[in-house]
Design a protein. Sequence first.
Length: 292
Amino acid sequence: MIKKTTMVSGISLLLLIGVISLAVNLCPKKKSDLPETVSVYDRAAGTVYTPTYEDFLTGCVEGMLIKNVAFEPEALKAIAIVQNTRIKYHLNPKSGFENLGADFSVSEYTPYTRDTPSEEVKSAVKCALNSTFTFDGETFNVPICKISTGRTDECPPYSLSVNLPCDINAPAFESSAAFTPEEVRSALNGGNLPYNCTEWLHDPVYSSGGTLLYIELDDVRISGETLKNAFGLRSSAISADYTEDKFVFTCQGWGENKGMSVYAANYLAKQGKTAEEILRLFYPNAEIKVKE
């Protein structure tokens, strides 16, 4: 009798284990589609870092902020969602992102900083980790800038041109840098330029948002983006003047002048706009995908 009871108990135990195993298989643990860590090449330091994904996103959000500007929680959430989407996009192999073997390199497009983030930034990042912007169901390289010229340029099909007069009052809205003729010649591979330096850069053509599309260097067209990169300027909305034996490049705004302006996002958040409302203003054709 004792043996029969033991046998029945054993069978029951096996059945119970089988039921539990089936339940576990039917309800698998959620697996994150995010890597635990990413690699980041810092050209300035000559070092490759391997922060966690969350820390990298936090550093990229922090790197987009403007010093001495207090950011609202909803603005930080909007920035974090955009940066999260950009990071996911560039992790996708189809983008061909190469940085000496690292996943990313520190740049204005991935402005990763290891500065200690505020608690507000950390909170915004945690809210954004499961939120992604999609266009036609796919992540995309979401355009974003720190400060616009007062009117962003269109970036079809993702974002429209938006009038943002609030940005004109932003700190660091205007910046300038001066260079000698030899520095300009060297940076732009000028070659045989006219003796009169005032004739070097002429006939600029601008977008409706004020971005320099191109300027003539003697008889060669130089894009605003080329000037920006060649001289480390803050934006492509550039005016060029020659005065006192130097070329002075004056910029308006900060960044690509496309998509969401970080400064304007904060201004809108102060007016009571939510992160979703801010994002829909700048990217009306995109959708926010939240992973449950």
